[in-house]
Design a protein around this ligand. Structure first.
Ligand code: SF4
Length: 72
């Protein structure tokens, strides 16, 4: 399976005005995809977003549990 970016013109990114670096800050993939190279900035952004989501879910669950203890 392949993927092409509409911003990529040869080796150049016309969105960022730099040589294409998938997953760099500002790239359309930033924070959306995890890359095999652990130093890709996107990986940290994905991990941050997942941690925020997990914290929100835990807070929501906690509220539901407290409401259930009170009998709604
Ligand atoms: S850096 Fe990202 S947005 Fe730019 S061309 Fe590469 S994949 Fe596309």
């Amino acid at each position: 399976m392949g993927w092409t970016c509409s911003h990529q013109k040869g080796e150049w990114c016309d969105l960022l005005g730099i040589v294409c670096q998938p997953g760099t800050k500002g790239c359309t993939l930033y924070g959306k995809a995890v890359f095999a190279d652990p130093s890709t900035p996107s990986n940290e952004a994905v991990a941050r977003r997942q941690a925020i989501q997990k914290r929100k879910e835990e807070e929501e669950l906690k509220k539901l549990m407290e409401a259930a203890k009170r009998g709604f």
